[in-house]
Design a protein around this ligand. Structure first.
Ligand code: FAD
Length: 301
């Protein structure tokens, strides 16, 4: 779509032409979650506000225990899907998940009125903007800030609002002057945390048995992913980075096929690219997993 067409048809005075995704759209994440839960029906029992303190391996599977050691749930198969906090539950040596803070800026109707015409579609480039929601607000985002210290601060920061207004100015230069006139200290927003692996691809699949791999390190020095010992019945769906809402359904389908022994919905090289054991394989090849260096049990039980 040319810049002229974008401006005329969508009120988007972009600086140059781009790709038009006619079926593109936007949705609030809670609504996606609610819709998926509704579709799952009785297959899912949601238990909100429940915190798993540790996982225990038992004869016929796994138990999830709370901080008091009470069994919250037990099952032959567990999928660990708690983002960066999986590092605490699994205590892996060869899996990294970094925290990356992301802040969106909300533009209230009054601010939008000062900016002028606002696009009726999503515009993406270096950042993105969303059309007006039902309540008349619109959003611009988003920041990508490494947060290694787990600052825990999910308060929106004015300096990051200013960065988002600069992103808006780059997407729609005609609005840059008015955007710069907005006071970042008066703006509200949303802050979330992304979980990101060492190479930004997610960690989806069977969790490796690092204790066994360390014991067998010499024999596994030339190992491929399929040779790596795994913890029976334990799967991961982690480190979705900036794509979790888009990729989670495919990730879940991949896991379901692995669990049920069905053909995978991805080519093998793609499934291997997101295998949670990929850093372990690299370490075994590099000889940095010493056979005498057996880590503590990754999952106490
Ligand atoms: C600003 C921003 C914009 C984004 N935009 C997009 C986008 O446009 N498209 C897209 O696809 N993705 C987007 N993402 C990324 C998307 O939000 C994530 O990839 C997605 O939320 C990851 O889902 P998750 O379930 O793996 O992790 P999370 O959403 O982080 O959920 C993990 C859950 O585990 C729970 N938990 C943690 N520890 C425990 C425990 N011990 N016991 C029980 N529960 C526990 C937490 O409370 C939390 O509810 C965006 C992210 C941000 C921050």
């Amino acid at each position: 779509m040319s810049a002229e067409e974008a401006a005329a048809r969508h009120g988007a005075p972009v600086p140059h032409g781009g790709l038009w995704f006619g079926q593109g759209g936007w949705a609030p994440p809670p609504e996606i979650c609610r819709a998926q839960l509704a579709r799952a029906g009785a297959a899912v029992t949601a238990r909100y506000g429940s915190r798993v303190a540790r996982l225990a391996r038992v004869a016929d599977g796994w138990q999830a225990l709370d901080a008091a050691g009470t069994v919250m749930a037990a099952a032959p198969v567990v999928v660990v899907a708690n983002a960066y906090e999986a590092l605490r539950l699994l205590a892996p040596r060869h899996m990294t998940i970094d925290r990356v803070r992301g802040q969106l800026t909300t533009l209230e109707p009054a601010a939008l009125a000062r900016l002028g015409e606002w696009p009726d579609c999503v515009v993406t480039g270096t950042g993105y903007l969303l059309p007006r929601a039902a309540d008349g607000t619109a959003r611009v985002g988003s920041s990508y800030e490494p947060d290694p210290q787990d600052s825990g601060a999910l308060d929106a920061r004015p300096a990051v609002h200013a960065e988002n207004l600069a992103r808006l100015g780059a997407l729609l230069p005609a609005l840059a002057g008015s955007a710069a006139g907005l006071d970042p200290a008066t703006l509200k927003g949303y802050v979330g945390v992304r979980s990101v692996s060492h190479n930004r691809l997610p960690l989806i699949g069977r969790v490796p048995d690092e204790v066994q791999a360390a014991r067998d390190a010499a024999a596994l020095s030339g190992a491929r992913l399929r040779d790596i010992p795994r913890l029976p019945g334990l799967y991961a769906a982690l480190a979705y980075g900036s794509r979790g809402l888009t990729w989670a359904a495919l990730g879940a389908e991949l896991l379901a096929c692995q669990i049920e022994g069905e053909p995978l919905p991805l080519e093998l090289d793609l499934a291997e690219a997101i295998d949670p054991a990929r850093l372990l394989v690299r370490a075994l090849r590099q000889g940095t997993v010493a056979s005498g260096d057996v880590p503590a049990e990754p999952v106490p039980g």
